[in-house]
Design a protein around this ligand. Structure first.
Ligand code: NAP
Length: 307
């Protein structure tokens, strides 16, 4: 099987394209998907560097990638929700790290998968799951964002942040984003009512009044400023810095969820959620895709295409 893989932890140079990867196992509750596109997320780089080796069992050779869109090749005996030929997308976080999404065939536990939104391309669908679910779960389950809430979204020009802006607007919130000036128009196009410049001093000093909820995607000093940005510390959520717990807020770690994926698809098909692709790389250039994400200035999403 053809795909990207690495045999040891390290920088982009460990990534190889191989034609001799083993065929993946397909358990009774697993859907085998022929990959068309795989979004690249910062966590792919962290895993490649070995930073999650203490958190999940890892088995080399590792194929990178947790985001996927493709077509069902075949299903395990107990799978009823999917059939061969279905177009699907998913956040493929298995219990182990080995069978990632940048290979021809990907074994996906069915809890990680949903039918692809009709209005999105494979590239767009493959770039949505991880970042989209992160934003959706943080806003709906933790921050309980609703009609009329004033929400501050940090890092609003990145993958998670741009989805968070759009989802919060769909939930009826008044959204304030943070971004560098070159990205202010982009964030406003996502529906933000105001955009603040993160390089122009503490955000709390730029707000006219404290907001109802803060979604932190930066951590460190930005998170330390959050209690001054919000009315109630319980409505601070961070996805990058567990110090949020000491402030009285919540740390969020995205989980695969079929229902939430379907909801993202519904929002996309309703015209409430766009997936801006900053750049698509063919599989052979996956190292360049990882390098671009590592630079930390992607606007929207980076995706690897396999077909
Ligand atoms: N806990 C979880 O479940 C979870 C899930 C997903 C992601 N994450 C983490 O969340 C973070 C964001 O992920 P992502 O995929 O959204 O990242 P990303 O798309 O790679 O973010 C890039 C964007 O961040 C902007 N940016 C950089 N520093 C900023 C700052 N100090 N303030 C405001 N904007 C800034 C950049 O704009 P400029 O060009 O202006 O710098 C760029 O547009 C990563 O650390 C990732 O590992 C955690």
């Amino acid at each position: 099987m053809r795909g990207a893989s690495y045999d040891r932890f390290g920088d982009e140079s460990v990534l190889q394209i191989r034609d001799d990867l083993p065929e993946p196992p397909v358990g009774p509750d697993v859907v085998l998907v022929r990959a068309h596109a795989a979004g690249v997320n910062p966590v792919d780089l962290a895993i490649r560097e070995g930073y999650l080796a203490g958190a999940y069992p890892h088995h080399f050779p590792i194929t990178p990638g947790w985001d996927l869109a493709g077509v069902v090749e075949r299903v395990g005996a107990a799978v009823v929700d999917f059939a061969a030929g279905d177009e699907v997308f998913g956040y493929v976080r298995r219990d182990d790290v080995q069978w990632g999404t940048t290979a021809e065939l990907v074994p996906v536990p069915q809890r990680c998968l949903a039918h692809k939104p009709e209005s999105l391309s494979f590239a767009e669908s493959g770039a949505l799951p991880l970042a989209g679910l992160t934003a959706y779960q943080a806003l709906t389950e933790v921050l309980h964002v609703g009609e009329g809430d004033r929400l501050l979204v940090h890092r609003a020009s990145g993958g998670v942040g741009f989805f968070a802006v759009q989802i919060a607007v769909a939930l009826g919130a008044y959204v304030i984003g943070t971004a560098s000036p070159k990205n202010h128009g982009f964030v406003r196009d996502g529906g933000a009512a105001e955009v603040l410049d993160y390089s122009a001093g503490p955000i709390s000093a730029q707000l006219r009044e404290p907001v109802d909820a803060v979604f932190d995607l930066v951590g460190g000093d930005t998170l330390a400023d959050a209690p001054k940005q919000v009315r109630d510390r319980a409505r601070i959520a961070s996805i990058v810095d567990t110090a949020v717990l000491e402030l009285g807020g919540r740390y969020v770690f995205v989980r695969p969820d079929q229902h939430d994926l379907e909801e993202l698809g519904r929002m996309a098909d309703a015209g409430q959620l766009r997936v801006p692709i900053a750049k698509a790389f063919p599989l052979e250039q996956i190292a360049d895709a990882h390098r671009l994400v590592a630079e930390g200035h992607v606007r929207g999403k980076v995706v690897v295409t396999l077909r």
